[in-house]
Structure formats: C-alpha cells, structure tokens
Design a protein around this ligand. Structure first.
Ligand code: ADP
Length: 226
C-alpha cells in the first residue's frame, strides 16, 4: 500500500502543481506545461491499469479466455504500432506463422511489456530485435536489446513487483515497475515459461515460451494438401 500510494502521489503532485502555477501565473500557461500535465496523467493511467491487472491476476479472478490465434501475426501487428518511433527498428523475420491456444489479449500485453522495456532500455543502435524459434512442441519468442543490460545478481529480482535495478536515475521514472511482474503472472497462468539472458553493457534478451497449437496446425496442412 505504501508503495502504491507513493507512486500515485508523484504524478498527482506534478499535475496539481503545474495546474496551479498555470492558473496563477499567466506567463506559465504554455504548451510545454500542458504537455507535462498530459504526460503525468498518462503515467497515472498506466499505473492504475497495471495495478488493476496485477491485482486481478494475483487474486486469480482474472480468467484466461483462451482462443486459437496466430501468435506470429499478432506480434507483427503489435510491431506496426511502434512505427511512430521513427528512429527505432524492430527486425522480426519469422519463418512461419505459428498458432497457440492462449489468451490473445494477455499474451499481447506480455509482448508489449517486453518490447516497451527493450525500447526504454535500448542501446545506441535503437534496435529491438525479435525472433521466433520452434523448440520441441513450444514456440519461443525472444526480444533483444543492446542496451545497458542487467547485473547477474539482479536477474531474479526484476520479476518482482516494483523492483527496479536503477532506483535513482530519471529512467526509473519511466516505467511503473509492474511490467515484468505482469509478464510473469500471465505466463504462469498459461503454464508457459519465460526468462532473461543479460550481460552488463551489452544488452538483454527476454524470452517466453508457449505450447504450439499443433493439432490444428496439422489440420491446416492436411487441408491445404487436399
Ligand atoms: P519498469 O516499469 O521499471 O520497466 P518492469 O517490471 O518492466 O518495470 O521491469 C523491472 C526492472 O527490470 C526495470 O526497472 C529495469 O531495471 C529492469 N529491466 C527490464 N527490462 C530491461 C531491459 N530490457 N534492459 C535493462 N533492464 C531492464
């Protein structure tokens, strides 16, 4: 509760402060100041949404609504939404489209969280590379950045709620500290697996794995063969 209150209070303080200054000092009524209010309100919104998701996930009241969907296609679709980040590139060249039986919305959120983190912590090359591999009966999706990396002794903690490697820098303000915790909870609910490989100064690869919806894939193949 203390953590949550603190996190909610910071953007609220900013919003109130800027709004008051703009009311009292006409010269301060600038687009830049309005933008700060909008940004802080956005952050508040993200935080509340993440908190709600996480509490539902952890209370077990959030039921998965599983459906068969094209995981590969949905990742491609998600990546198109990053087009406006003009100086970033998101290479992803899967060999085939793979289907899974999972909660499409929740898995999309996992992909978003991993890609967002990779963007936030990206290296100078501003590249977030995605790969898709078939490992036995599973599909593994990996998201790689060439950013600052994560110290080995912190790799375990980052999946915890509110954990941030860098507590002090401005960067620590970027996220809510809940993203990876949501990733973990969603994948646990699916019985999927996940992990991270990281080297300080070189970058990180976050991955997750889900069972391929094979039966139907085979169906499709036999249909096309007919
Ligand atoms: P946040 O909202 O702070 O990004 P997350 O739960 O998504 O919260 O991540 C927890 C912490 O893990 C981050 O604060 C950061 O220290 C570390 N982290 C996550 N992704 C990366 C990455 N791609 N590169 C470096 N550090 C990362």
């Amino acid at each position: 509760m203390a953590n949550v209150s603190h996190d909610l209070r910071t953007p609220l303080t900013m919003i109130k402060g800027y709004a008051e200054v703009m009311r009292d000092l006409p010269g301060e009524n600038t687009p830049e100041n309005v933008q700060i209010i909008i940004d802080e309100a956005g952050r508040l919104n993200d935080l509340v949404n993440d908190l709600l998701d996480l509490s539902r996930l952890q209370a077990g009241v959030l039921e998965l609504s599983r459906e068969r969907f094209d995981l590969t296609g949905s990742i491609k679709e998600i990546l198109t939404r990053y087009d406006k980040l003009a100086d970033f590139s998101f290479p992803f060249e899967p060999e085939e489209n793979i289907y899974v039986m999972a909660d499409k919305l929740k898995i999309s959120q996992v992909v978003y969280n991993l890609v967002n983190n990779a963007v936030n912590y990206a290296g100078a090359d501003k590249t977030v590379a995605l790969t898709q591999e078939v490992i036995g009966n599973d599909v593994r999706i990996s998201v790689t950045d060439t950013g600052e990396g994560i110290p080995q002794d912190k790799l375990r903690d980052i999946w915890d709620r509110y954990y941030k490697v860098d507590q002090e820098h401005r960067r620590a303000q970027v996220g809510t500290g809940l993203g990876l915790s949501i990733v973990k909870n969603v994948l646990d609910l699916h019985g999927g697996s996940y992990g991270v490989i990281s080297e300080l100064g070189k970058g990180s690869t976050f991955w997750f794995q889900l069972p391929i919806d094979k039966e139907r894939n085979d169906d499709n193949e036999s249909k096309t063969a007919e």
